[in-house]
Ligand binder design. Structure first.
Ligand code: EPZ
Length: 434
């Protein structure tokens, strides 16, 4: 009996896309999801009030708000502004049903241990793209003096004497989440902490800048060695989140795959260097019109090879979107996914649309085809859903995307933004059976 893809039972809304429409115009980029999630966890470090601006309206953010509320935090989100009242942490126990739905909420363990000297956080568990272990987070906290044990799927962390002590941490892998958890934990530790082989993603730098705005002493964020000198207390802050480089990259690919010239802002172009380089490799021009805007001018679409790597290498979060573009690019492209062990599930869905893709382990070999055909397809994870939307924009005929809960985790108002560029698409909610 073939294993039934649980998504196939999804009777949620569907996204209908009528492909072949050229796009034109300008699109507004929202705040970075992966910055906000880490910064919301870091807000717990400070028993005060914190205001975050440029916060996108995403289900991941709503879920993180639920986790914070369960800890006793006051949460108010309106018009992109998130106010957190972190005076009262009523518990150090995060609820399993909420943490299991949002891996990023595990990062609160760093703040809880730093502020309270204790934490009970459920293991986040795996997801569609991989097992997602947290061993690097745990080992780092132990280096800072926490006693950590895992019982019945719950991570118990306790600090004898209540205060973490600075230490020297080496990460076997430049894990984004582990780097973020350990930055948070070290901000209130006694003494100095260094994190070597740290993640260099822009979202790590944004987190460090947020913590410094609260009074933390952090140097080297954005490089592979970060030094944190603990301080006794942090203070209230009003902070604006950086633009989302992955949303921006997704729209650049939308221009390339539909052969349309579109512009986008705000962006921080440096955050998109690997994406811009690859788009140029593949035949598009990408120009910077102002300090915070980019424009894509498509020409031919030619094949290239991509290997996903930690920043500043090519981002794994853009891999699926580029695969969609490669299906229509002349020649033979190879994608090697090195970051996650199961992040090629969109291949089967793109093949349903007529793409010519062969899987060999962590490699996908994509032979460009003259056109894709619209088809019913199933999203399997957040960025796979974006790739299927992009393929639908370029395909002949109608594509129907299911599994939209994945899309809504990471894209704020994607349909309206695409419609604003001239795309023909419509979300259809399931009819309620009487
Ligand atoms: C962050 O996940 C992002 N999520 C991911 O974005 C992104 O794909 C990933 O970084 C890589 O850039 C958030 O920031 C909320 P990792 P994270 O720890 O922190 C292994 C999206 O689409 N690992 O850098 O979980 C892990 O299994 C999401 O927006 C360990 O082995 O990523 C993976 O193979 C998806 N032990 C690799 O490291 C650990 O303790 C990279 O994971 C931690 C990680």
């Amino acid at each position: 009996m073939p294993t039934q893809n649980p998504e196939a039972l999804d009777d949620g809304p569907t996204l209908h896309i009528w492909g072949g429409q050229p796009l034109a115009g300008h699109v507004q980029i929202s705040g970075a999801k992966n910055s906000v999630l880490a910064i919301m966890a870091a807000a717990l470090l400070c028993p005060d009030h914190c205001r975050l601006r440029n916060v996108p309206n995403l289900t991941d953010i709503a879920r993180m708000n639920q986790v914070l509320e369960a800890l006793g935090i006051g949460v108010n989100y309106q018009n992109g502004v998130l106010d957190l009242d972190t005076h009262h942490l009523t518990t150090s126990k995060a609820p399993y049903d909420l943490v299991s739905k949002l891996r990023a909420s595990f990062f609160i363990i760093g703040s809880l241990v730093a502020r309270l000297g204790t934490a009970r956080v459920p293991l986040p568990g795996g997801c569609a793209i991989g097992a997602r272990p947290v061993d690097l987070h745990v080992r780092g906290l132990q280096t800072l003096g926490a006693q950590v044990r895992i019982e019945h799927g719950i991570v118990h962390a306790d600090v004898p004497g209540g205060k973490l002590k600075g230490g020297k941490i080496y990460l076997d892998y430049p894990s984004v989440g582990a780097t973020e958890t350990l930055i948070m934990a070290a901000t209130l530790a006694e003494g100095e902490t260094t994190i070597e082989n740290a993640a260099q993603e822009p979202e790590v730098s944004d987190l460090a800048n947020f913590c410094r705005a609260m009074g933390a002493r952090i140097r080297g964020a954005g490089t592979n060695t970060i030094t944190i000198s603990g301080v006794p207390r942090l203070h209230a802050v009003d902070y604006s989140i950086i633009p989302d480089r992955i949303e921006a990259g997704t729209f650049l690919v939308a221009g390339a795959i539909t052969q349309s010239e579109i512009s986008l802002s705000p962006v921080i172009p440096d955050h998109l260097s690997p994406v811009i380089a690859k788009l140029r490799d593949m035949g598009s021009d990408v120009v910077q019109d102002t300090v915070n805007s980019l424009r894509i001018i498509p020409n031919r679409r030619v094949a290239t090879d991509i290997e996903t790597l930690p920043y500043p290498g090519f981002p794994t979060d853009m891999q699926a979107q580029f695969m969609a573009l490669m299906t229509l690019s002349e020649g033979n492209s190879v994608i090697t996914e090195t970051v996650f062990e199961n992040r090629l599930r969109h291949v089967a869905e793109l093949v349903r649309m007529g793409a010519d893709i062969r899987l060999k382990g962590h490699n996908a070999i994509i032979q460009g085809v003259p056109f894709l055909s619209g088809a019913p397809v199933m999203a399997t994870d957040l960025r796979a859903s974006a790739a299927l939307v992009l393929a639908g924009l370029a395909a002949q005929g109608e594509t129907v995307v299911k599994g939209l809960h994945h899309l809504d985790r990471g894209y704020d108002n994607l349909e309206a933004k695409l419609r604003g560029l001239g795309a023909k698409l419509e979300r259809v909610n399931p009819t309620v059976m009487e």
